[in-house]
Design a protein around this ligand. Sequence first.
Ligand code: ADP
Ligand code: ASP
Ligand code: MG
Length: 422
Amino acid sequence: MALIVHKYGGTSMGSTERIRLVAKRVAKWARAGHQMVVVPSAMSGETNRLLGLAKELSPQHEDSAHQRELDMLASTGEQASSALLAIALQAEGIEAVSYAGWQVPIRTNNAFTKARIESIDDQRVRQDLQAGRVVIITGFQGVDEDNNITTLGRGGSDTSAVAVAAALKAHECLIFTDVDGVYTSDPRVVPEARRLKTVSFEEMLEMASLGSKVLQIRSVEFAGKYKVPLRVLSSFTEWDIDIDEEAQSGTLITFEEDEQMEQAIVSGIAFNRDEAKISVISVPDKPGIAYQILGAVAQANIEVDMIIQNISKDGKTDFSFTVHRNDYSRAMDLLKAKVLPALGNPDVSGDTKICKVSIVGIGMRSHVGVASKMFRSLSEEGINIQMISTSEIKTSVVIDEKYMELAVRALHKAFDLEQNQA
Ligand code: ADP
Ligand code: ASP
Ligand code: MG
């Protein structure tokens, strides 16, 4: 008997029929003698629907104007699905109780719409588990110290589940979703993508941060910090599949490098269409310029991802960086109003039709020529690279958005990802 956390995403909870199947699956685990905690997402589309209603009422306001209320609103999606799952479990003859974040409580900071979990009180949950109840805890939400409801950012139920698993020292956290594991690339874009039986924590962290939305990045960070055994698997198998077989299915996130038998040089290709590029043209090449531009951007709480500065010509240089597309207009307005006048009003140009494509693999540490193979493969497809950034285990490039699928597929092939066995 073990304490197990299951998380079910939006598609898995997408209708009453799907919720019934989730209940049957959870009941199977409970009947096998496990102590079960389940963290559901809102039914698919519900969070978007709710946020869309807010936009209808306040189209002229940036989301930031109503952040507290947006959390109050969006959190209801998870509250509804959690209660429905408890009802479905009770209908299966399983004792179950659902809790909103504040009832546990899951304490967060007060950064509405992107709050961070600070602590989880396990007392109430443990009492229920000891009494033989299945405990359902709303994903995506928590409560700040002033008892305001907060949410954890899109995809945040993954983080709720891993944090709950860490707080309860669960034997394993199983993330049930609409794919049967972590693939070499998003199978929706690369049909030849192959499921990985294991992926190292470091690679998963990179892949999540570079755009593979199969796990929210903070959930991977939590798993790493608290060494939570984490597995991604499908909720679309038959619910009564053998439990031991199910427990071994999907993709296991591993913490030991040597657990990976045959280490591929590149394990995965990630991509991200959420960024936009801003270039300031012909700024004086002298100390303090990067700070003048990016300092103002950072002060406005806009995160910058990639940065490049060209070598200078006649004492002038071009300076480019990327921001999230949602922050693009704000960053442009800020530059034009506050930063560029002090630099002699240099030209500024922007491009929202870019994407970032990245290769990820811990094998890159010990192999040379991996990045150049990436560049060759893109050049063979006639794809121009606009920006490059590298770290020990990844290389990312910014390219024109229209070549994204071509680039991802070409790289997948170039690194033999469809052929190797995991
Ligand atoms: P859930 O609602 O269960 O949280 P998500 O839509 O957030 O599900 O995440 C699952 C999706 O992630 C898959 O349907 C898939 O399209 C996408 N995805 C992106 N990259 C990968 C990858 N490398 N491996 C598997 N799935 C991926
Ligand atoms: N329902 C939230 C979202 O759509 C959280 C989640 O599904 O993980 O982002
Ligand atoms: Mg998700």
